[in-house]
Design a protein around this ligand. Structure first.
Ligand SMILES: Cc1cc2nc3c(=O)[nH]c(=O)nc-3n(C[C@H](O)[C@H](O)[C@H](O)COP(=O)(O)OP(=O)(O)OC[C@H]3O[C@@H](n4cnc5c(N)ncnc54)[C@H](O)[C@@H]3O)c2cc1C
Length: 380
């Protein structure tokens, strides 16, 4: 093992949206100068920050979790302000309510939207006509958008460079330990080459599904996590569905969302998108599990069911699937809430683990970081 002479103010583990945004925040808002971001993949935002449904939430999705719905309402305008070029707004968004097996009725959904102050109106008859009336109780026109992960990645690249954040790609952090004089030690394992030890005052663990895969003094997160291998099918939709995003609520149903990074739509289905799940624990590396997974698509089953509600989807062409590990806080398995995980590790002072259940939760994380005292460089 070589001990690099580099001593950092902060090491950020994970170059997804969260790791990048936190590195930029620490440099721009908190004056930390020597920041090293370590990413296992060869590029930024290639994992969950890319392989997702691209929905910029506005609350509609969460009739069973008022807090998550409310936070989405607060965060959406900020996200539009901060990343205007990365947000696709030029499509029509519909929420439809199923007649059977739905956990919410059309009336309850309307009332809930009014309670959280989210815009809702009946869909025009031409749009209503897309749905099978025997299965769909009502269809609403709402205000919800989609983000383009490739544009967020370009933003991250540009900003990290401007802030002087160093990046190490194709390198894994394998252990976090206590060093001397209140410092932390991160063990880096490059894909090619020998292990290195980096000394840092702070370590931010922004690895999403990899949060618990560290050796050394890292004792794991106190919050229990559930991991799911998920599939979203990428489709070329027929003209009748172009320019639309559709979600059928609330329960064992589906969504069809624009996926701006590829100019396609994703289809996800509550029954078929999750392929397998397990309780997170150290030693079961979710990335490795995903790499070994057979990835047999379930698109036929998704479309068979979706086609019952929305016959036009039968003319959609399957292109590809996005497989990813989705990480959910165990306590939200049943209410679908998507709060953040923000933990300090008493056994490793200066080490933080962070997970945002959705992209706009970044504001909730930054609010938590605002409340932290960071020792500015040169005062140690
Ligand atoms: C199927 C699915 C659908 C979703 N739909 C939406 C949606 O519509 N809207 C929404 O807002 N959110 C959605 N989400 C959630 C959203 O994707 C996440 O909240 C967000 O991407 C998390 O960003 P992140 O930076 O924490 O994770 P990631 O983007 O996964 O970044 C973590 C990074 O850490 C790296 N890494 C891991 N371990 C190590 C290590 N030991 N050393 C170095 N690097 C490491 C990984 O390679 C990865 O690049 C969805 C997620 C999934 C999986």
């Amino acid at each position: 093992m070589s001990t690099a002479d580099t001593s950092q103010d902060a090491v950020i583990i994970g170059g997804g949206f969260y790791g990048a945004a936190i590195a930029i925040y620490l440099a721009r808002q908190r004056g930390l100068r020597r920041i090293l971001l370590v990413e296992r993949a060869p590029a930024l935002l290639t994992r969950a920050s890319y392989n997702n449904q691209a929905r910029v939430h506005n609350g509609y999705h969460y009739p069973r979790s008022f807090t998550t719905a409310y936070r989405s309402r607060v965060n959406l305008p900020r996200f539009l302000r901060d990343w205007p070029d990365a947000v696709k707004q030029d499509f029509t968004k519909l929420y439809a309510i199923a007649r059977r097996n739905s956990k919410v009725t059309a009336k309850q959904f309307e009332r809930f939207c009014r309670e959280i102050g989210a815009r809702i109106q009946p869909a025009y008859p031409t749009l209503q006509a897309l749905f099978e009336p025997r299965l769909i109780e009502d269809v609403f026109l709402v205000e919800e958008y989609a983000f383009d992960a490739t544009k967020l990645a370009s933003w991250a690249e540009r900003e990290l460079k401007e802030c002087g954040v160093q990046i190490r790609f194709e390198t894994r952090v394998t252990a976090i330990s206590n060093g001397s004089n209140g410092t932390l030690l991160a063990t880096l394992q490059p894909d090619r080459g020998a292990e290195e030890l980096i000394t840092s005052r702070y370590v931010f663990n922004c690895t999403y599904s990899g949060l618990n895969q560290f050796k050394g003094d890292f004792a794991g997160t106190r919050t229990g996590l559930k991991q799911e291998i998920t599939e979203m099918a990428l489709m070329q939709v027929p003209p009748a569905l172009q320019g639309l995003g559709i979600t059928v609520m609330d329960g064992p149903f589906f969504s069809i969302m624009p996926f701006p990074a590829r100019g396609l739509h994703t289809v996800s289905h509550v029954r078929y998108t999750p392929h397998m799940h397990w309780n997170d624990e150290q030693g079961i590396d979710p990335s490795e599990k995903l790499r070994q997974y057979h990835r047999e698509t379930r698109v036929d089953r998704m479309l068979r069911d979706v086609g019952r509600y929305l016959p036009a989807v039968r003319d959609a062409k399957y292109v590809d699937s996005l497989f990813e590990v989705k990480t959910v806080l165990m306590k939200n398995e049943n209410d679908d809430g998507r709060p953040i995980l923000f933990e300090k590790h008493p056994e490793l002072p200066g080490c933080y683990s962070v997970l945002g259940g959705k992209i706009d939760n970044i504001y909730d994380v930054l609010e938590k970081l605002d409340a932290e005292q960071f020792v500015a460089p040169g005062t140690r």
